[in-house]
Design a protein around this ligand. Structure first.
Ligand code: ATP
Length: 226
């Protein structure tokens, strides 16, 4: 049991770019769970994905613009500062060592990430280090792929958020968050097609994308990335 240190929540992603599909569910999650802070953690070299189209500096700048007026969020750049792959397990191990065994820690993911969690490096060890907070995402199955994974989920799932504050790690909370049908790849695709992205991401981020000429139409690299 923890000594009631406030639950710390981390939200990792490529954020290429950050959008309302990240921000809106996370804001509701904070209310549902009682999170005072959500730390956004942009990754450097995602192990399973091609390189981001925006540079690290551009992705950080977009995150800063997106959260400028929202004290719920802050940013941790440790994964960006590494030149090895951003394995979540390594980051959580480091954070756990820094914060101590009693600190309640949570890692936020969308339903799509839960469905592919079994492909993550040393995924079985994640719950020893943190809780998982899962946001809904439209278009993704509710059930996990295999019976074993579904059983694993049910064994660790809690229905009330209180446990997340009382224990340091080990629980999965399926949060009732809004369904936001936005993805970074759709935004990049729309930009490459010259289509509007208004209402998909904060206007300050969109202005930055315009000013930097990001995800410009047409770039074969961008199209290949979809
Ligand atoms: P891409 O389209 O390039 O794959 P993405 O939009 O999925 O990117 P990421 O930065 O890769 O964004 O996602 C980081 C985290 O945010 C992941 O855990 C993902 O599940 C979650 N996430 C992204 N978009 C949504 C959304 N619309 N609803 C809920 N969760 C989301």
């Amino acid at each position: 049991m923890s000594d009631n240190q406030p639950l710390q929540a981390l939200f990792g992603g490529t954020f290429d770019p950050v959008h309302y599909g990240h921000l809106r569910p996370a804001e509701t999650l904070a209310k549902r769970v009682g999170l005072q802070k959500i730390t956004l953690m942009p990754n450097n070299v995602p192990p399973h994905r091609p390189q981001p189209e925006a540079s690290a500096a551009q992705r950080i700048a977009m995150l800063k613009l997106a959260i400028a007026d929202n004290p719920l969020f802050d940013i941790d750049l440790r994964e960006m500062q590494r030149d090895t792959p951003s394995y979540t397990i390594d980051t959580l191990t480091e954070l756990r060592a820094e914060r101590g065994v009693k600190q309640p820690l949570a890692f936020i993911i969308g339903q799509d990430s839960l469905l592919t969690l079994h492909t993550w490096h040393r995924w079985q060890e994640l719950l020893r280090l943190c809780h998982l907070l899962v946001c809904k995402r439209p278009g993704y199955d509710h059930k996990l792929e295999s019976i074993d994974m579904q059983r694993w989920l049910e064994q660790h799932q809690v229905d009330t958020a209180a446990t997340l504050h009382q224990e340091a790690a080990g629980r999965i909370f399926m949060a009732d968050t809004p369904l936001v049908a936005v993805s970074a790849s759709e935004i990049r695709h729309r930009r490459h097609q010259g289509e509007s992205c208004e209402d998909l991401l904060p206007s300050a981020v969109l202005t930055f994308i315009d000013n930097e000429g990001l995800y410009r139409n047409p770039t074969p690299r961008g199209i290949l990335r979809r």
